[in-house]
Design a protein around this ligand. Structure first.
Ligand code: ZN
Length: 248
């Protein structure tokens, strides 16, 4: 894991200087097609930027973690709900989103370059797993209970009504969930090789097998599986890819 310190000392949240006892970690994604962490840091590191402040951004092009607040500093990342504010208890980390997505309103988007978008999301997911494992060890947290998304924070009544980052993972058909994320963090902490989330949509499976040079006729595979969605070809392709990815 590559962590670069880039504390946003000009941001009013940093200047407020409040500390928290860290009780949990909240994962976010930025909600716009901007993979560069530096672009957000430039925006956040201004005295006039009062909208938000988070503890870190994970760059979508490199997977590098840019730490923007001291970890035990009170951030402005999740707002509040009927049960209080996650800002008083949780570290907030933003995943930067791929350039090739285009929001169509709310949390729905279209994708212009699906392959690049998937590669970027995989990169940020894996970096977030490593960062959250590190932070769980640092603060004695249990990944099974102490890691939530912004979306889950809203359901618990401690954050505003957002759907990140699950909307990004779901919209691209990655197969990633907060459940897989918590399991991967736990596995990483245990020193195991992180277990890989299994793709279930045929487009991702075909793309990956084609990208690896195993399947030439990507569209042919997609068409064949669409003819028989739960047939042997689907399961063979799915299991083969999963096996290969676990061995990577
Ligand atoms: Zn959020």
């Amino acid at each position: 894991m590559n962590i670069v310190q880039s504390i946003v000392t000009n941001n009013p949240c940093y200047k407020a200087g409040r500390k928290i006892a860290v009780k949990g970690l909240m994962l976010h994604s930025v909600g716009c097609a901007q993979p560069s962490a530096q672009v957000f840091i430039n925006t956040f590191n201004k005295a006039s930027y009062t909208a938000a402040c988070v503890h870190a951004f994970i760059d979508g092009n490199t997977g590098t973690v840019y730490q923007t607040l001291p970890w035990n500093h009170r951030g402005w990342h999740g707002g509040s709900g009927k049960n209080g504010s996650c800002n008083n208890t949780h570290i907030g980390v933003e995943i930067c989103e791929p350039a090739g997505i285009k929001y169509a309103g709310g949390a729905t988007f279209t994708v212009t370059d699906r392959a690049a978008a998937l590669a970027s999301v995989r990169r940020t997911y894996n970096a977030a797993v490593e960062l959250f494992a590190f932070l769980c060890k640092l603060y004695g947290l249990d990944p099974a209970t102490d890691i939530i998304s912004h979306c889950e924070g809203n359901k618990k009544g401690i954050a505003t009504a957002h759907s990140d980052p699950e909307h990004l993972w779901n919209g691209l058909g990655t197969g990633y969930t907060m459940g897989s994320f918590r399991r991967d963090v736990k596995a990483n902490m245990a020193g195991e090789k992180a277990k890989i989330a299994e793709y279930t949509d045929i487009e991702s499976i075909a793309w990956d097998l084609n990208h690896r040079g195993i399947v030439d006729d990507k569209q042919g595979l997609i068409d064949a599986v669409r003819t028989e969605p739960n047939g042997r070809l689907y399961w063979l392709a799915r299991k083969t890819l999963h096996y290969i990815r676990q061995r990577d």
